[in-house]
Design a protein around this ligand. Structure first.
Ligand code: SF4
Length: 165
């Protein structure tokens, strides 16, 4: 089987909403339709760790970025960002490219765009960051039907454009 030799990094809870702070979960498990599109893309999927769970466990309360912004958490984010760069380097040696990153909009840890989260800030300091296509699953996803359908179209186009590059 010919491999695509292209890989996407995914924020952990794209595939596993069980790690999200309980009242904020938006699916039983994975984001089903996003996952279907990802699987159909032919890209390999590398799931990043859920660092809020690693830091505070499963019984944590919803917290702001400012509340997460302590030395121990910044260190954890830095360590995991370096580990992600190591994965990129390992793939690169085998002719495999990490070409994209899916984050979680408005997360204090995994938001790429507006008010970037702590983990994404650490990833952005690694050399591979600049070459990635990037998209956040927005906070309204699966909460507003029309906006959700619009975003799914946007997401499919984003994947298609990655395929073309
Ligand atoms: S946004 Fe990131 S830190 Fe928050 S639950 Fe999802 S994977 Fe974990």
């Amino acid at each position: 089987m010919q491999r695509s030799k292209k890989v996407l990094f995914l924020a952990h809870c794209v595939m596993n909403q069980n790690t999200v702070v309980s009242p904020l979960a938006r699916a039983e498990g994975a984001f089903e339709r996003i996952t279907s599109m990802l699987a159909a893309s032919g890209f390999g999927l590398e799931i990043l760790p859920c660092l809020e769970m690693r830091h505070l466990g499963m019984k944590r309360e919803p917290m702001s970025k400012e509340e997460y912004d302590v030395l121990a958490y910044r260190q954890l984010c830095g360590q995991e960002a370096a580990r992600a760069q190591g994965i990129v380097d390992c793939f690169w040696d085998a002719g495999i490219q990490v070409i994209g990153l899916v984050g979680i909009g408005e997360s204090p840890t995994c938001s790429i765009g507006n008010k970037r989260g702590c983990f994404m800030e650490a990833l952005a300091r690694e050399p591979f960051w600049e070459d990635l296509g990037k998209i956040d699953i927005p906070a309204f996803y699966l909460k507003d039907k029309t906006a959700t359908e619009f975003f799914e179209t946007t997401f499919r186009e984003w994947l298609d454009n990655l395929t073309c590059e």
